[in-house]
Design a protein around this ligand. Structure first.
Ligand code: CA
Ligand code: CA
Ligand code: CA
Length: 362
């Protein structure tokens, strides 16, 4: 997967992007469930129908967001009480059909322990329902694309906080951090959370009497119909790509609601919409394989794109430290990355007056 942030005609925004990545907590992607075999799951078979994303082809920015809205709008709705039953299927533990997996703790526990006790599970609105005030009513308040089983007391501690890095470790939800104004989920679900929030902003655009939910690059956004923090969510989307559990869950939801989360099918759509603005004609298609593999391990290959006019490359880590400089780049370049620590890396391919910026993950 290659995620384009965009092209810029000035170096001004390099500084913005650099500060954008400061404070990222590098981590190794952890598979939520290993050895997951879909055959173990009572699964509604499904894949993206042919042509599902055709209306979005070739688009970026707001036009892409509008096209995706048109594709996923008007889903089959369920009541809040039905959501409880649906989550028992969508979030079922693939290794134990009597259990669900809880979002923030990662704990597998019996479906029968739904309730209000501190260690029971309940229905977490990942897009906190006070951000827009939609409560538990359809369509926003029962849209299972953004709802997950969660430990009741952890759900209460998360409250309506925006998502961002930082704070103190949560004593029960290992790997989660929080402070007065933000909640950081554990690494294995950071991308899930990002894609759920971004889905909500595209699904709900103020039509049909629905609220217009939008991302904000801020915290403390409630009660406005906003959710943050966008810059952090874009990074989490790259750091934690969809895994088997998230994909299997997605197919089940498609079976129930008959709409898909575009950011699970195409994580690159996030940067194509909210990365630095660019015109569609300037976008480098991910299919052009400028850089591969991505994610990478012990090496990275950069391939010259004759159309890009690129003549130099600088690779920095998430804290801005330069890892590699390639000043003369005329064909395929092989970089040894064996001693690079795991994390997000920023590749800037420059030419006079222009730059392509790509995120890669080790
Ligand atoms: Ca608890
Ligand atoms: Ca994940
Ligand atoms: Ca919206």
């Amino acid at each position: 997967m290659i995620c384009l942030i965009g092209m810029q005609t000035t170096v001004h925004k390099f500084k913005c992007i650099r500060s954008f990545y400061e404070g990222v907590r590098p981590f190794t992607v952890i598979l939520l469930v290993t050895g997951l075999f879909l055959s173990c799951v009572t699964r509604i078979e499904g894949q993206t129908p042919p042509g599902y994303y055709d209306p979005a082809a070739g688009l970026t920015g707001e036009p892409l967001k509008e096209a995706l809205h048109g594709i996923i709008d008007g889903h089959t709705e369920y009541s809040y009480s039905q959501v409880k039953t649906l989550l028992m299927d969508t979030d079922e533990d693939p290794s134990d059909p009597d259990n669900v997996i809880l979002l923030y703790t990662g704990r597998s526990q019996p479906k029968s322990t739904f309730g209000g006790g501190p260690n029971d599970w309940n229905r977490e609105h990942v897009w906190a329902k006070s951000h827009g005030g939609f409560g538990d009513t359809p369509p926003c308040g029962t849209d299972i694309h953004h709802m997950r089983p969660a430990d009741a007391s952890v759900n209460s501690d998360r409250g309506n906080k925006d998502f961002d890095n930082g704070g103190q470790p949560h004593p029960e939800a290992t790997g989660c951090f929080f402070d007065d104004d933000s909640w950081e989920p554990r690494d294995a679900v950071k991308g899930d959370v990002a894609r759920m929030i971004l889905y909500m902003t595209v699904r709900y655009e103020g039509t049909n009497g629905e609220p217009d939910l939008e991302p904000a690059d801020a915290v403390n956004t409630a009660p406005a119909p906003l959710h943050g923090k966008l810059s952090t969510l874009l990074i989490w989307n790259v750091q934690d790509p969809p895994d088997n559990f998230e994909n299997a869950r997605h197919e089940k939801i498609f079976g129930y609601q008959h709409n898909r989360n575009p950011f699970i099918d195409h994580p690159e759509f996030a940067d194509m919409i909210w990365g630095n603005a660019t015109t569609a004609g300037e976008h480098l298609s991910p299919g052009q394989n400028l850089l591969f593999p991505n994610p990478f391990r012990d090496h990275l290959t950069l391939r010259h794109n004759p159309d890009s006019g690129c003549c130099g490359i600088v690779i920095t880590d998430a804290s801005g430290i330069v890892r590699s400089i390639i000043s003369s780049w005329t064909s395929t370049t092989y970089i040894d990355t064996g001693d690079w620590p795991p994390g997000v890396y920023i590749i800037r391919a420059t030419s006079p007056g222009k730059c392509i910026i790509i995120k890669a993950v080790k």
